[in-house]
Design a protein around this ligand. Structure first.
Ligand code: NAP
Length: 296
């Protein structure tokens, strides 16, 4: 028996991501049959951060699942910025590579901004470059930032309309909150409120949201009293919390106090299993789009 009322619907990111992967796989198969180029994703990993290694392993596994070619490039965390840029230039020039990512975070002596801007924007399948970021507001956006793209795709596939809705985004980072708020306004035709660290009385805004999306990385930030009855709640937050009460000594937590918030929500994403799997699905979608554009 569960102590959470089951009035809400769970948004199952694993299921949707699986559907997207099947669709991509079918397209790759078709491309192979008609002699077209198979998408090729290159991944650059610097250092031996455990979490980054896990993310990269998932990306490689996903490439294999959908039939993409992939190249994994690993460098020690002592690599200089200049040397890393040389490798990036090489991947930029490699005609066989359709898309590539540099896994973040990078060691402190390397500028994330400088590295990101060295990636050719038509191969930037994470959607991080200024060019791709700016294109969100154009009529024909290029490669969309992967996590926001995943959130939009989840809403679309669950037939949750955004047009005319009040979407409140909490967290304003350059890779999640800020681009997502632009995409919801531009493509989703929503009325958007973007909340951040300096927002005063956060609950005043979140409690007015038809669709509440949080991307901060603070477990328990969003409590039930901050959520409107019937709201759609999307939790991007992913924080590893350690403690003896958890199996394996840790648990992955979102920003939302799940059970009490779920009791008020119409739809809600779990953590893990909500937005997380969608980020990889978006990365694959972007790689396919990049390939289709370069090699129709
Ligand atoms: P980030 O760069 O640390 O950004 C967090 C944002 O929240 C910043 O704008 C920060 O402001 C703001 N913030 C901090 N405290 C706040 C508060 N009390 N109220 C409102 N806003 C506050 O992190 P991120 O890369 O955007 O990631 C956010 C979360 O999503 C993390 O838990 C991350 O692990 C997760 N994430 C998940 C996925 C996925 O695939 N599921 C992908 C990306 C990120 P300042 O910058 O001014 O401090």
């Amino acid at each position: 028996m569960t102590d959470t009322p089951t009035t809400y619907a769970l948004i199952d990111g694993r299921k949707v991501s699986g559907e997207i992967k099947s669709e991509i796989s079918a397209k790759v198969h078709e491309r192979k049959l008609s002699g077209k180029k198979v998408p090729h994703l290159a991944i650059i990993l610097v250092g031996d951060d455990g979490a980054s290694q896990t993310y990269v392993d998932h990306k490689v596994k996903s490439c294999k699942e959908v039939g993409f070619h992939y190249t994994m490039m690993r460098f020690a965390d002592t690599i200089s910025e200049e040397k890393l840029i040389k490798h990036i230039d090489h991947v930029n020039d490699d005609e066989d590579v359709d898309g590539f990512i540099v896994q973040l975070p990078l060691p402190a002596h390397i500028s994330v901004e400088r590295i990101t801007e060295k990636i050719r924007s038509d191969k930037d399948v994470d959607g991080f470059t200024n060019h791709n970021f700016g294109s969100i507001t154009s009529k024909n956006p290029l490669l969309l930032p992967a996590t926001p793209y995943g959130v939009i795709e989840l809403l679309r596939r669950y037939n949750i309309p955004t047009e005319g809705k009040h979407c409140v985004v909490v967290g304003a980072s350059r890779i999640v909150g800020a681009p997502l708020s632009m995409m919801l306004a531009e493509q989703g035709h929503a009325t958007v409120t973007l909340c951040h660290k300096y927002t005063q009385n956060l609950a005043e805004y979140t409690s007015k949201a038809d669709i509440l999306i949080t991307a901060v990385g603070k477990p328990g930030l969003i409590t039930a009293d901050m959520v409107k009855e019937g709201a759609v709640v999307i939790d991007v937050g992913t924080t590893r919390v350690e403690g003896p009460q958890f199996k394996n000594g840790y648990a992955i937590k979102g920003d939302v106090d799940f059970k009490p918030v779920a009791a008020k929500a119409s739809y809600i994403t779990p953590v893990p299993g909500g937005v997380g799997p969608m980020t990889i699905a978006s990365l694959l979608l972007n790689t396919l789009h990049a390939t289709e554009k370069r090699n129709p």
